[in-house]
Design a protein around this ligand. Structure first.
Ligand code: HEM
Length: 184
């Protein structure tokens, strides 16, 4: 019997695949493509992270500092993105869903870190903030915590987590679209 996180992966697979396609437009092998990829992530994180403190997973940590340091090394100014609608994460369950997406995005990031131009800053993609670059331990800890908290909840809570995850994936896609200048 698989836990809740496994079911969440299955129920949001469509969202992941659409988001992977949206970010697949950036050619990470070029400095420009890599910079645009980081800028799109910065826009999404700027909108999301203020809502993720003091709710959901207690182990959650911001990755914005490392993202900004990478952008700084690339001499890219992170312009504030127009944020007409702040993301809706009204309950603790929605926050768990958003954190699921952010923590899980490290998995793809570790793969993508191998494709960027040699010598590029990669604090954000390599997961340097954990002090253990390339480690999947934060992800494993998050999954354990999610499965544990889910045991005491019911279907409405699970639906809210899924909704929070969908909102978050969609936000990333929106920022990918903003940066690449056309709709996906
Ligand atoms: C070009 C872009 C991307 C690629 C190639 C990619 C690839 C991957 C791969 C290979 C995994 C599975 C890794 C494993 O099981 O060890 C994964 C998992 C995941 N990715 Fe992505 N990804 C991309 C973008 C994103 C983005 C932008 C987000 C979020 C905004 C995201 C969220 C996730 C999540 C939540 C999981 C965990 C799924 C689960 O096992 O529950 N990915 N990704």
């Amino acid at each position: 019997m698989h836990g809740f996180r496994f079911r969440l992966r299955e129920s949001t697979r469509d969202e992941h695949d659409a988001t992977e396609r949206a970010f697949g437009r950036f050619d990470l092998a070029t400095p420009k493509g890599y910079g645009h990829f980081l800028l799109a992530h910065a826009g999404a994180l700027a909108a999301l992270e203020p809502m993720l403190h003091r709710a959901g997973w207690t182990g959650w940590t911001s990755r914005m500092g490392h993202l900004q340091a990478d952008l700084g090394d690339l001499e890219i100014q992170a312009a504030p993105c127009p944020q007409e609608n702040p993301p809706q994460l009204p309950t603790d369950a929605h926050v768990w869903g958003a954190q699921y997406v952010l923590e899980g995005s490290r998995l793809g990031g570790a793969v993508l870190a191998r494709t960027i131009p040699a010598g590029s800053p990669a604090r954000y993609l390599s997961g340097a903030e954990s002090g253990r670059p390339g480690s999947t331990r934060p992800w494993q800890e998050f999954c354990l915590a999610l499965d544990e908290v889910a045991k005491d909840q019911g279907e409405p809570w699970e639906d809210d987590v899924e909704q929070g995850a969908r909102t978050t994936f969609a936000l990333f896609r929106r920022h990918a679209n903003i940066i690449s200048g056309y709709d996906f």
